[in-house]
Every structure is written in structure tokens, then in C-alpha cells.
Design a protein around this ligand. Structure first.
Ligand code: FMN
Ligand code: ATP
Length: 142
């Protein structure tokens, strides 16, 4: 068994998320997905959808074997439970592979970090773009 961990916000689900999770699962045979907590998301606007609801939707995806909420204060804590063999980062995730691998090693994890290449292109394969589109549509309706 090779256990894979994928992570993200997954605010408003779209095919880009499905593509990421499908690609991640190809590196092993059991896919865990860690869903970011509302309080830890600081590199972009806070999600629209609350964390428990984001978790529920990710859990329901066919490609996902297990999903869990992250920690509020220690990103390595949930890994003690998951014990992933490989962490698969999406094309635009804010972490550096080498730095993350080193930090993992220091915390006692023997986990490989892989970064995916090209994103899936589709008109609205981004939660941020979906929100923008809704706002534009509403503005023209006023
Ligand atoms: C190995 C790893 C562990 C993480 N652990 C947590 C965590 O415990 N809690 C959390 O809120 N976010 C955690 N994150 C961060 C998010 O799940 C997410 O990857 C990050 O916010 C970037 O999200 P985005 O790709 O949706 O923009 C972790 C990320 C990685 C790579
Ligand atoms: N179009 C896409 N193709 C491939 N992977 C994607 C795509 N969109 C998101 N992902 C991946 O899904 C994971 C979760 O992404 P996230 O929740 O940040 O969604 P997002 O749509 O990129 O959000 P935002 O538009 O707010 O940046 C990340 O690993 C990200 O790289």
C-alpha cells in the first residue's frame, strides 16, 4: 500500500480539483485529503464555504478514500495520523518541495514530496474565478 496525501482549500469544487486528486492518486493506492481550516488560510481571501461543509464535499468524491480537516496550529500534527508515503502538491501550492521534505524529515516523517505539473484548463477551473464570475454577473444585473 502506498498512501498519498493531497491538500487544499477546496472552497467551491470544480473539475480542476478532480483533476488534481485523480493525478495525486496515481502515485499510490490510498488517497487521503487534508482540507485546510478556515482560520489558517491567509495567502488568499478566506473561503466562502465553511470548513465542515468543504470537508463533507471532498469526502463524497469517488477518488477520495479518506478526508480530514487540518490542524489550526501545527500543519504536521495531522500527518501523525495519516503517515503518508507521498505528499502530492498541486501546480500552484505555496510550499517548496525540498524545504517541505526537509521539515518533514526533521519531524520524523519519511515522506516524499512531489509537485504536479500543468493544471487542467477549463473556463472556470478555479474557485477564485467562479466567485469573480458570480460577482460580475450580479453587478451587471443591478
Ligand atoms: C503537508 C501539508 C500539511 C498541511 N497541514 C495543514 C493543517 O494541518 N491545517 C491547515 O489548515 N492547512 C494545512 N495545510 C495547508 C492546506 O491544506 C493547503 O495546502 C494550503 O492552505 C494551500 O491551499 P490551496 O492550494 O487551496 O491554496 C497543509 C499543507 C501541506 C502541504
Ligand atoms: N485547474 C486546476 N488544475 C489542476 N489542479 C488544480 C486546479 N485548480 C486547483 N487545483 C489544485 O487543487 C488543490 C486545491 O486548490 P484550491 O482549493 O486552492 O483551489 P483553487 O481553485 O486553485 O482556488 P483559488 O482559485 O482560490 O486559488 C491545489 O493543489 C490546486 O493546485
Amino acid at each position: 500500500m502506498t498512501r498519498i496525501l493531497a491538500t487544499g482549500t477546496f472552497d467551491i469544487l470544480h473539475p480542476g480539483h478532480l483533476y488534481y486528486l485523480d493525478q495525486a492518486r496515481k502515485y499510490g493506492n490510498e488517497l487521503y485529503v487534508l482540507v485546510a481550516r478556515d482560520s489558517t488560510i491567509e495567502h488568499k481571501p478566506k473561503p466562502i464555504v465553511p470548513e465542515k461543509q468543504r470537508l463533507e464535499m471532498v469526502k463524497a468524491l469517488k477518488v477520495v478514500d479518506h478526508a480530514l480537516l487540518g490542524s489550526k496550529d501545527d500543519m504536521f500534527k495531522p500527518l501523525e495520523e495519516v503517515q503518508p508515503d507521498i505528499i502530492v502538491l498541486g501546480h500552484d501550492q505555496v510550499f517548496n518541495e525540498k524545504e517541505l521534505e526537509d521539515k518533514l524529515q526533521k519531524r520524523g516523517f519519511n515522506t516524499k514530496v512531489i509537485r504536479l505539473g500543468k493544471p487542467r484548463q477549463c473556463p472556470l477551473c478555479s474557485s477564485g474565478r467562479i466567485i469573480k464570475r458570480i460577482l460580475e454577473r450580479k453587478r451587471t444585473e443591478l
